[in-house]
Design a protein around this ligand. Structure first.
Ligand SMILES: [Zn+2]
Ligand SMILES: [Zn+2]
Length: 348
């Protein structure tokens, strides 16, 4: 089953001129095409206007999907909502908008959940505070902009401005821990976000510099979605968007940092004498159950079980023995730098 999965590589969490981004959607799609991305998922602040304006669809070989980013009146609890057609009320509390997204048949991903920075007043933290809500579907386990800001201080800001990609190292450990924990209750997809704005910052008095150009950001945190059938490529954009969304909800995706290499071709599956499942799947544990990891080039894969690192292998075609039921995922490192994070496989 699922022998032939189709891989689509894209960027999630992008702002355009519909909110505080610096470029219009068609221009951003053209930039994505230059760096060979297959899809973009836009999330302008508090507006679905680009969807109403008919901007979803194929732009050459790039598929554009439009959701939006909701925040509460204190500018906390940022939530990426997709497959919705109506904005929630700006006065809604997070417990209300999380439920409303679900009721509209949409799905929501908690954005940059564990921010706590305090170093620079002008860049406050926007954490998630409402973990009791049972209605969220995903967590942004790695957010480029969030990580960049989180480590920003008065002393390192110039280095970070000129090295936006080198400054991106790893997801926050507390976010990964929480993601593993909630997944023990139910499947919650982990995605990577970029939070791309193409911002222009005023650094030294009047001197302005565009940092975080979309093209640079598109070469950082990517989400790779695996679909069971190929996208139409043109004839059925809405069906194609649905297919990406369905795969996300099935947790059939992984996250990579392109700075460490192109992760296209990574695969993680489990099999035994009875069945075989891909990442996102569930398999009954029995003797002779193994995990397989394929890597596009030699790197170190770490097998995580219920949040703990239990085994490590170096190579390109790796096999791990499964010794007990649990919630498993893979992290891949290049020279000790995090490269790939898979979603989970459950052995019950
Ligand atoms: Zn946000
Ligand atoms: Zn954002």
């Amino acid at each position: 089953m699922h022998e032939q999965l189709h891989e689509y590589v894209g960027v999630i969490h992008i702002h355009s001129t519909y909110s505080d981004g610096s470029r219009p959607i068609p221009e951003i799609a053209a930039i994505a095409s230059e760096v060979e991305l297959d899809f973009l998922m836009f999330t302008d602040h508090n507006t679905l206007q680009p969807k109403r304006d008919g901007l979803e669809g194929w732009y050459g070989n790039v598929l554009v999907a439009v959701g939006y980013e909701i925040n509460d009146k204190d500018d906390l609890n940022h939530y990426l909502a997709f497959n919705v057609s109506e904005e929630v009320s700006p006065s809604d509390k997070p417990e209300i908008y999380v439920r409303k997204v679900e009721e509209q048949g949409g799905f929501g991903i908690i954005a940059h959940p564990d921010e706590k920075r305090k170093a620079m007043e002008q860049y406050p933290a926007y954490p998630w505070t409402l973990w009791e809500s049972g209605y969220f579907h995903g967590i942004e386990i790695w957010n480029q902009m969030s990580e960049w800001l989180e480590g920003l201080t008065h002393t390192n800001k110039y280095w970070r401005v000129f090295n936006p990609r080198r400054a991106i190292i790893n997801p926050m450990p507390e976010t990964l821990k929480r993601w593993d924990e909630v997944n023990r209750e139910r499947p919650v997809v982990g995605i990577g976000g970029v939070d791309a704005h193409g911002h222009i910052y005023k650094l030294w008095g009047l001197f302005r510099i565009t940092i975080f150009r979309y093209k640079v950001l598109f070469k950082t945190i990517r989400t790779h979605i695996l679909t069971e059938s190929a996208l139409s490529g043109e004839t059925d954009p809405q069906g194609d968007i649905k297919s990406l969304y369905d795969s996300l909800l099935d947790c059939r995706c992984f996250i990579s940092n392109f700075y460490c290499g192109d992760a296209r071709g990574f695969r993680f599956w489990a099999e035994n004498n009875t069945d075989k499942v891909q990442l996102g799947g569930k398999l009954k544990f029995e003797p002779n159950t193994h995990f397989h990891v394929n890597l596009p080039h030699t790197a170190k894969a770490v097998l995580i079980c219920n949040g703990d690192r239990i085994d490590t292998r170096l190579g390109t075609e790796l096999i791990f023995e499964a010794r007990r039921p649990g919630l498993y995922r893979i992290e891949v490192y290049v020279s000790d730098r995090p490269w790939i994070f898979s979603n989970h496989i459950r052995l019950s």
